[in-house]
Write a protein that binds this ligand. Structure first.
Ligand code: PRF
Ligand code: ZN
Length: 375
Protein backbone atom coordinates (compact mmCIF):
# COMPACT_ATOMS: atom_id res chain seq x y z
CA UNK A 1 0.00 0.00 0.00
CA UNK A 2 2.88 2.34 0.72
CA UNK A 3 3.80 2.06 -2.93
CA UNK A 4 0.25 2.71 -4.12
CA UNK A 5 -0.15 5.69 -1.81
CA UNK A 6 3.04 7.38 -2.95
CA UNK A 7 3.06 6.57 -6.67
CA UNK A 8 0.11 8.85 -7.20
CA UNK A 9 1.99 12.07 -6.57
CA UNK A 10 2.26 13.40 -10.09
CA UNK A 11 0.03 16.35 -11.05
CA UNK A 12 -3.32 15.06 -12.39
CA UNK A 13 -4.98 16.63 -15.46
CA UNK A 14 -7.52 18.37 -13.21
CA UNK A 15 -7.66 21.70 -11.41
CA UNK A 16 -10.30 22.62 -8.87
CA UNK A 17 -10.90 26.28 -8.08
CA UNK A 18 -13.52 27.38 -5.56
CA UNK A 19 -14.91 30.79 -6.56
CA UNK A 20 -17.21 31.34 -3.61
CA UNK A 21 -18.73 29.46 -0.69
CA UNK A 22 -21.95 29.44 1.29
CA UNK A 23 -21.22 27.40 4.42
CA UNK A 24 -20.31 23.95 3.02
CA UNK A 25 -21.64 24.70 -0.45
CA UNK A 26 -19.16 25.72 -3.15
CA UNK A 27 -19.46 27.41 -6.52
CA UNK A 28 -16.35 26.18 -8.31
CA UNK A 29 -14.70 25.46 -11.64
CA UNK A 30 -13.15 22.08 -12.48
CA UNK A 31 -10.64 22.41 -15.31
CA UNK A 32 -10.30 19.18 -17.26
CA UNK A 33 -8.56 18.20 -20.54
CA UNK A 34 -11.65 19.24 -22.53
CA UNK A 35 -12.38 22.55 -20.85
CA UNK A 36 -13.94 24.03 -17.73
CA UNK A 37 -16.83 22.51 -15.82
CA UNK A 38 -18.85 24.97 -13.73
CA UNK A 39 -20.02 23.33 -10.50
CA UNK A 40 -22.32 22.35 -8.93
CA UNK A 41 -23.02 20.51 -12.18
CA UNK A 42 -25.67 18.10 -13.32
CA UNK A 43 -24.27 15.77 -16.00
CA UNK A 44 -26.60 14.39 -18.65
CA UNK A 45 -26.21 10.75 -19.51
CA UNK A 46 -25.41 9.61 -23.02
CA UNK A 47 -25.64 5.90 -22.43
CA UNK A 48 -24.92 4.63 -25.92
CA UNK A 49 -22.36 7.28 -26.69
CA UNK A 50 -24.89 9.88 -27.75
CA UNK A 51 -27.72 11.46 -25.84
CA UNK A 52 -31.03 10.05 -26.88
CA UNK A 53 -32.55 12.31 -29.48
CA UNK A 54 -29.69 14.77 -29.61
CA UNK A 55 -26.77 14.91 -32.00
CA UNK A 56 -23.57 15.67 -30.18
CA UNK A 57 -22.72 18.64 -32.41
CA UNK A 58 -25.91 20.26 -31.13
CA UNK A 59 -25.71 19.07 -27.61
CA UNK A 60 -23.24 21.55 -26.19
CA UNK A 61 -25.25 24.33 -27.77
CA UNK A 62 -28.64 22.93 -26.88
CA UNK A 63 -28.05 22.27 -23.24
CA UNK A 64 -24.94 24.26 -22.41
CA UNK A 65 -23.24 21.11 -21.28
CA UNK A 66 -19.64 21.13 -19.96
CA UNK A 67 -19.48 17.41 -19.29
CA UNK A 68 -21.53 14.35 -20.12
CA UNK A 69 -21.57 10.88 -18.67
CA UNK A 70 -21.25 7.62 -20.53
CA UNK A 71 -21.11 3.99 -19.46
CA UNK A 72 -18.22 1.58 -19.92
CA UNK A 73 -20.63 -1.33 -19.93
CA UNK A 74 -22.70 -0.07 -22.85
CA UNK A 75 -19.74 1.18 -24.88
CA UNK A 76 -17.92 -2.10 -24.37
CA UNK A 77 -20.82 -4.07 -25.83
CA UNK A 78 -21.48 -1.59 -28.63
CA UNK A 79 -19.60 -0.19 -30.56
CA UNK A 80 -16.86 -2.00 -28.62
CA UNK A 81 -13.48 -0.96 -27.28
CA UNK A 82 -11.50 -1.70 -30.45
CA UNK A 83 -13.62 0.53 -32.65
CA UNK A 84 -13.36 3.17 -29.96
CA UNK A 85 -9.57 2.86 -29.92
CA UNK A 86 -9.26 2.88 -33.72
CA UNK A 87 -11.33 6.04 -33.83
CA UNK A 88 -9.01 7.68 -31.31
CA UNK A 89 -11.43 7.56 -28.40
CA UNK A 90 -15.03 8.41 -27.63
CA UNK A 91 -14.63 12.17 -28.11
CA UNK A 92 -13.71 11.63 -31.78
CA UNK A 93 -16.18 8.80 -32.21
CA UNK A 94 -19.04 11.05 -31.08
CA UNK A 95 -17.73 14.33 -32.42
CA UNK A 96 -17.94 15.72 -28.90
CA UNK A 97 -15.05 17.91 -27.82
CA UNK A 98 -16.12 18.77 -24.32
CA UNK A 99 -15.57 16.54 -21.28
CA UNK A 100 -16.71 12.97 -20.77
CA UNK A 101 -17.00 11.00 -17.54
CA UNK A 102 -17.36 7.21 -17.74
CA UNK A 103 -18.74 4.96 -15.06
CA UNK A 104 -16.78 1.77 -14.54
CA UNK A 105 -19.44 -0.75 -15.56
CA UNK A 106 -20.03 -2.88 -12.48
CA UNK A 107 -22.97 -0.90 -11.17
CA UNK A 108 -24.75 -1.07 -14.53
CA UNK A 109 -24.26 -4.83 -14.74
CA UNK A 110 -25.69 -5.34 -11.28
CA UNK A 111 -28.55 -2.89 -11.63
CA UNK A 112 -29.55 -4.06 -15.10
CA UNK A 113 -29.75 -7.60 -13.77
CA UNK A 114 -27.04 -8.93 -16.12
CA UNK A 115 -24.91 -10.20 -13.27
CA UNK A 116 -23.86 -13.83 -13.33
CA UNK A 117 -21.44 -13.90 -10.46
CA UNK A 118 -19.22 -11.65 -8.44
CA UNK A 119 -16.05 -12.55 -6.57
CA UNK A 120 -12.73 -10.98 -5.58
CA UNK A 121 -11.50 -11.10 -9.15
CA UNK A 122 -14.41 -9.18 -10.69
CA UNK A 123 -17.92 -9.27 -12.08
CA UNK A 124 -19.02 -11.77 -14.70
CA UNK A 125 -22.04 -11.09 -16.83
CA UNK A 126 -23.93 -12.09 -19.95
CA UNK A 127 -24.32 -9.53 -22.71
CA UNK A 128 -27.91 -8.35 -23.07
CA UNK A 129 -27.26 -8.21 -26.82
CA UNK A 130 -26.06 -11.73 -27.69
CA UNK A 131 -25.88 -13.61 -24.39
CA UNK A 132 -22.08 -13.95 -24.57
CA UNK A 133 -20.31 -14.21 -21.23
CA UNK A 134 -17.74 -11.60 -20.13
CA UNK A 135 -15.65 -10.91 -17.07
CA UNK A 136 -15.17 -7.34 -15.91
CA UNK A 137 -12.22 -6.90 -13.55
CA UNK A 138 -10.71 -3.65 -12.26
CA UNK A 139 -7.93 -4.10 -14.84
CA UNK A 140 -10.37 -4.63 -17.72
CA UNK A 141 -12.46 -1.66 -16.68
CA UNK A 142 -9.35 0.55 -16.71
CA UNK A 143 -8.20 -0.87 -20.05
CA UNK A 144 -11.56 -0.10 -21.64
CA UNK A 145 -11.84 3.36 -20.07
CA UNK A 146 -8.27 4.13 -21.20
CA UNK A 147 -9.30 3.26 -24.75
CA UNK A 148 -12.48 5.35 -24.44
CA UNK A 149 -10.28 8.26 -23.38
CA UNK A 150 -12.75 9.76 -20.89
CA UNK A 151 -11.61 12.80 -18.92
CA UNK A 152 -12.83 11.24 -15.68
CA UNK A 153 -12.83 7.47 -15.23
CA UNK A 154 -14.54 5.80 -12.30
CA UNK A 155 -12.91 2.97 -10.36
CA UNK A 156 -14.64 -0.40 -10.43
CA UNK A 157 -16.55 -0.72 -7.16
CA UNK A 158 -18.54 -3.42 -5.40
CA UNK A 159 -21.98 -1.88 -4.92
CA UNK A 160 -24.72 -3.09 -2.64
CA UNK A 161 -28.08 -1.37 -2.35
CA UNK A 162 -28.28 1.06 0.58
CA UNK A 163 -30.98 -1.08 2.20
CA UNK A 164 -28.53 -4.00 2.55
CA UNK A 165 -27.34 -4.73 6.10
CA UNK A 166 -24.94 -7.14 7.77
CA UNK A 167 -21.41 -8.22 6.82
CA UNK A 168 -21.98 -7.86 3.07
CA UNK A 169 -21.87 -4.05 3.42
CA UNK A 170 -18.39 -4.13 4.97
CA UNK A 171 -17.19 -6.74 2.49
CA UNK A 172 -18.30 -4.57 -0.45
CA UNK A 173 -16.66 -1.47 1.03
CA UNK A 174 -13.34 -3.24 1.67
CA UNK A 175 -13.40 -4.88 -1.74
CA UNK A 176 -14.03 -1.49 -3.35
CA UNK A 177 -10.79 -0.25 -1.74
CA UNK A 178 -8.84 -3.30 -2.98
CA UNK A 179 -10.32 -2.89 -6.46
CA UNK A 180 -9.41 0.80 -6.38
CA UNK A 181 -5.78 -0.17 -5.77
CA UNK A 182 -5.90 -2.53 -8.74
CA UNK A 183 -7.41 0.30 -10.83
CA UNK A 184 -4.61 2.67 -9.80
CA UNK A 185 -2.01 0.05 -10.80
CA UNK A 186 -3.69 -0.66 -14.13
CA UNK A 187 -4.37 2.97 -15.17
CA UNK A 188 -2.14 3.74 -18.18
CA UNK A 189 -2.77 7.48 -18.75
CA UNK A 190 -2.66 9.31 -15.40
CA UNK A 191 -1.28 12.34 -17.27
CA UNK A 192 -4.38 12.57 -19.52
CA UNK A 193 -7.23 10.91 -17.64
CA UNK A 194 -8.43 11.34 -14.05
CA UNK A 195 -9.32 8.33 -11.94
CA UNK A 196 -11.92 8.92 -9.20
CA UNK A 197 -12.43 6.54 -6.27
CA UNK A 198 -15.95 5.70 -5.11
CA UNK A 199 -16.80 5.74 -1.41
CA UNK A 200 -19.00 2.82 -0.33
CA UNK A 201 -20.19 1.58 3.05
CA UNK A 202 -23.97 1.68 2.89
CA UNK A 203 -25.67 3.95 5.42
CA UNK A 204 -23.21 2.95 8.15
CA UNK A 205 -21.30 6.04 9.33
CA UNK A 206 -18.33 4.05 10.63
CA UNK A 207 -17.87 2.15 7.36
CA UNK A 208 -18.15 5.37 5.37
CA UNK A 209 -15.51 7.03 7.57
CA UNK A 210 -13.11 4.12 7.17
CA UNK A 211 -13.65 4.13 3.40
CA UNK A 212 -13.08 7.91 3.15
CA UNK A 213 -9.92 7.61 5.19
CA UNK A 214 -8.50 4.75 3.15
CA UNK A 215 -9.40 6.21 -0.23
CA UNK A 216 -8.17 9.76 0.46
CA UNK A 217 -4.75 8.24 1.28
CA UNK A 218 -4.59 7.25 -2.39
CA UNK A 219 -4.43 10.95 -3.25
CA UNK A 220 -6.78 10.78 -6.24
CA UNK A 221 -7.85 13.86 -8.25
CA UNK A 222 -11.49 13.48 -7.08
CA UNK A 223 -13.92 11.26 -5.21
CA UNK A 224 -17.44 9.98 -5.66
CA UNK A 225 -19.98 8.97 -3.07
CA UNK A 226 -21.65 5.79 -4.32
CA UNK A 227 -24.19 3.30 -3.06
CA UNK A 228 -26.94 5.84 -2.34
CA UNK A 229 -30.32 6.77 -3.82
CA UNK A 230 -31.56 3.21 -3.81
CA UNK A 231 -34.60 3.21 -1.56
CA UNK A 232 -33.06 4.33 1.75
CA UNK A 233 -34.68 7.02 3.92
CA UNK A 234 -33.80 10.61 3.08
CA UNK A 235 -32.40 11.00 6.56
CA UNK A 236 -29.95 8.12 6.05
CA UNK A 237 -29.10 9.36 2.57
CA UNK A 238 -28.38 12.96 3.55
CA UNK A 239 -26.54 12.03 6.77
CA UNK A 240 -24.29 9.66 4.80
CA UNK A 241 -23.48 12.36 2.26
CA UNK A 242 -22.52 14.72 5.10
CA UNK A 243 -20.32 12.09 6.79
CA UNK A 244 -18.43 11.78 3.49
CA UNK A 245 -18.23 15.45 2.50
CA UNK A 246 -16.88 16.20 6.01
CA UNK A 247 -13.97 13.83 5.41
CA UNK A 248 -13.22 14.12 1.70
CA UNK A 249 -10.58 16.71 0.75
CA UNK A 250 -11.92 20.26 0.52
CA UNK A 251 -9.74 21.03 -2.51
CA UNK A 252 -11.05 18.26 -4.77
CA UNK A 253 -14.36 17.69 -6.54
CA UNK A 254 -16.99 15.44 -4.95
CA UNK A 255 -19.48 13.55 -7.06
CA UNK A 256 -22.68 11.98 -5.71
CA UNK A 257 -23.64 9.20 -8.12
CA UNK A 258 -27.09 8.49 -9.48
CA UNK A 259 -29.27 11.16 -7.88
CA UNK A 260 -31.73 13.30 -9.73
CA UNK A 261 -34.50 14.69 -7.56
CA UNK A 262 -34.47 18.46 -7.21
CA UNK A 263 -34.41 18.31 -3.41
CA UNK A 264 -31.46 15.88 -3.42
CA UNK A 265 -29.45 18.09 -5.77
CA UNK A 266 -30.12 21.02 -3.42
CA UNK A 267 -29.32 19.18 -0.19
CA UNK A 268 -26.21 17.47 -1.54
CA UNK A 269 -24.89 20.73 -3.03
CA UNK A 270 -25.52 22.48 0.29
CA UNK A 271 -23.59 19.66 2.00
CA UNK A 272 -20.58 20.29 -0.25
CA UNK A 273 -21.03 17.98 -3.23
CA UNK A 274 -20.16 19.31 -6.68
CA UNK A 275 -21.19 16.80 -9.34
CA UNK A 276 -24.34 14.82 -10.04
CA UNK A 277 -25.92 12.58 -12.63
CA UNK A 278 -29.04 10.58 -12.84
CA UNK A 279 -28.67 7.45 -14.90
CA UNK A 280 -31.86 5.78 -13.80
CA UNK A 281 -34.07 8.83 -13.86
CA UNK A 282 -37.61 7.91 -13.04
CA UNK A 283 -40.25 10.44 -13.82
CA UNK A 284 -42.07 10.49 -10.56
CA UNK A 285 -44.06 13.40 -9.27
CA UNK A 286 -41.40 15.82 -8.13
CA UNK A 287 -38.99 15.09 -10.95
CA UNK A 288 -40.14 17.89 -13.21
CA UNK A 289 -40.11 20.55 -10.52
CA UNK A 290 -38.35 23.79 -11.35
CA UNK A 291 -37.77 26.44 -8.75
CA UNK A 292 -38.49 30.12 -9.26
CA UNK A 293 -39.13 33.18 -7.16
CA UNK A 294 -42.86 32.50 -7.58
CA UNK A 295 -42.57 29.04 -6.12
CA UNK A 296 -42.26 25.56 -7.47
CA UNK A 297 -43.26 25.15 -11.07
CA UNK A 298 -44.36 21.59 -11.77
CA UNK A 299 -43.74 21.47 -15.44
CA UNK A 300 -45.72 18.35 -16.14
CA UNK A 301 -48.93 20.25 -15.41
CA UNK A 302 -51.17 21.24 -18.30
CA UNK A 303 -51.51 24.84 -17.15
CA UNK A 304 -48.08 25.57 -18.60
CA UNK A 305 -48.96 24.34 -22.10
CA UNK A 306 -49.48 27.87 -23.42
CA UNK A 307 -47.19 29.72 -21.02
CA UNK A 308 -44.49 31.30 -23.19
CA UNK A 309 -42.42 32.82 -20.41
CA UNK A 310 -39.23 31.28 -19.02
CA UNK A 311 -39.26 29.25 -15.80
CA UNK A 312 -38.04 32.35 -14.03
CA UNK A 313 -37.92 35.91 -15.46
CA UNK A 314 -34.82 36.97 -13.59
CA UNK A 315 -32.87 33.72 -13.94
CA UNK A 316 -29.67 33.98 -15.97
CA UNK A 317 -29.36 30.25 -16.52
CA UNK A 318 -29.15 28.73 -19.96
CA UNK A 319 -32.58 27.13 -19.75
CA UNK A 320 -34.33 30.39 -18.88
CA UNK A 321 -32.47 32.29 -21.59
CA UNK A 322 -33.55 29.81 -24.26
CA UNK A 323 -36.71 27.88 -23.36
CA UNK A 324 -40.30 28.60 -22.44
CA UNK A 325 -42.45 26.83 -19.87
CA UNK A 326 -44.62 25.70 -22.75
CA UNK A 327 -41.68 24.02 -24.50
CA UNK A 328 -40.59 22.27 -21.32
CA UNK A 329 -44.13 21.14 -20.55
CA UNK A 330 -44.57 19.69 -24.04
CA UNK A 331 -41.26 17.83 -24.11
CA UNK A 332 -41.53 16.63 -20.53
CA UNK A 333 -42.97 13.25 -21.43
CA UNK A 334 -41.08 12.70 -24.65
CA UNK A 335 -37.51 13.78 -24.14
CA UNK A 336 -34.92 13.30 -21.45
CA UNK A 337 -33.19 16.53 -22.44
CA UNK A 338 -36.12 18.37 -20.85
CA UNK A 339 -35.34 16.85 -17.46
CA UNK A 340 -31.77 17.93 -17.90
CA UNK A 341 -32.84 21.49 -18.73
CA UNK A 342 -34.89 21.66 -15.54
CA UNK A 343 -32.10 20.21 -13.38
CA UNK A 344 -29.67 22.59 -15.06
CA UNK A 345 -31.90 25.51 -14.08
CA UNK A 346 -32.19 24.29 -10.48
CA UNK A 347 -28.46 23.68 -10.05
CA UNK A 348 -27.33 26.83 -11.87
CA UNK A 349 -29.80 28.85 -9.84
CA UNK A 350 -28.11 27.67 -6.68
CA UNK A 351 -24.64 28.21 -8.15
CA UNK A 352 -25.52 31.78 -9.15
CA UNK A 353 -27.00 32.49 -5.72
CA UNK A 354 -23.71 31.38 -4.12
CA UNK A 355 -21.81 33.68 -6.47
CA UNK A 356 -24.22 36.57 -5.66
CA UNK A 357 -24.16 36.01 -1.89
CA UNK A 358 -27.88 35.21 -1.86
CA UNK A 359 -27.67 31.45 -1.31
CA UNK A 360 -29.20 31.50 2.14
CA UNK A 361 -32.41 33.13 0.89
CA UNK A 362 -32.41 30.94 -2.19
CA UNK A 363 -32.20 27.73 -0.20
CA UNK A 364 -34.87 28.85 2.29
CA UNK A 365 -37.30 29.81 -0.48
CA UNK A 366 -36.61 26.59 -2.32
CA UNK A 367 -37.56 24.35 0.58
CA UNK A 368 -40.52 26.45 1.72
CA UNK A 369 -41.98 26.19 -1.78
CA UNK A 370 -40.93 22.65 -2.47
CA UNK A 371 -42.84 21.14 0.39
CA UNK A 372 -45.83 23.43 0.11
CA UNK A 373 -48.99 21.54 -0.86
CA UNK A 374 -50.32 21.97 -4.37
CA UNK A 375 -52.80 24.79 -4.52
N1 PRF B 1 -21.31 3.03 -8.17
C1 PRF B 1 -21.11 3.20 -9.52
N2 PRF B 1 -22.01 3.82 -10.29
C2 PRF B 1 -23.15 4.29 -9.72
C3 PRF B 1 -23.41 4.13 -8.35
C4 PRF B 1 -22.45 3.47 -7.51
O1 PRF B 1 -22.59 3.29 -6.30
C5 PRF B 1 -24.67 4.74 -8.11
C6 PRF B 1 -25.41 4.91 -6.84
N3 PRF B 1 -26.10 3.73 -6.45
C7 PRF B 1 -25.12 5.22 -9.35
N4 PRF B 1 -24.20 4.94 -10.31
N5 PRF B 1 -19.98 2.74 -10.06
ZN1 ZN C 1 -33.17 29.33 -15.08
Amino acid sequence: NQQIESQNNQQPPLMFKVLKRFNRCRAAVVTLPHGDVRTPVYMPVGTKGAMKGLLSENMAELIDCDIMLSNTYHLFLKPGEDIMEQMGGLHKFMGWNRNILTDSGGFQIVSLGELNSLDENGVSFKSHIDGKEFLLTPERSMEIQNKIGSDIMMALDDVVTPTTSGPRVMEAMERSVRWLDRCIQAHKNPDRQNLFGIIQGGVDDELRKICCEMMTKRNLPGYAIGGLAGGEDKEDFWRTVKVCTDLLPDDKPRYVMGIGYAEDLMVCSLLGADMFDCVFATRTARFGSAFSKYGMIKLRKNEYADDFGPISEECQCYTCQNYTRSYLQKTFRADQSCLHLISLHNVQGLRNSVLNDTAEQYARDFFINYYRDDK
